[in-house]
Write a protein that binds this ligand. Structure first.
Ligand SMILES: [Zn+2]
Length: 67
């Protein structure tokens, strides 16, 4: 199975955890659990901020949990 970055669609992705990946192009981290995808921006202090609200405005491929 080939993992591609959900943001740039590139293959310059490194695996950093069981379900965690890092894109060297975008400097973002994302997790894949089943068919659920979550994208995080890494802040300067190392905290992770979800970018899903920005990336998936139509709710595509993301379950609508925050109703
Ligand atoms: Zn990328």
């Amino acid at each position: 199975m080939e993992i591609r970055c959900p943001v740039c669609k590139g293959k310059n992705v490194g695996k950093i955890g069981t379900h965690q990946y890092y894109c060297w192009n975008c400097f973002i981290e994302f997790t894949v659990k089943g068919d659920r995808l979550t994208v995080y921006e890494i802040e300067e202090d190392g905290t992770l901020t979800s970018l899903n609200d920005l990336l998936f405005e139509e709710g595509e491929e993301v379950e609508a949990e925050a109703m």
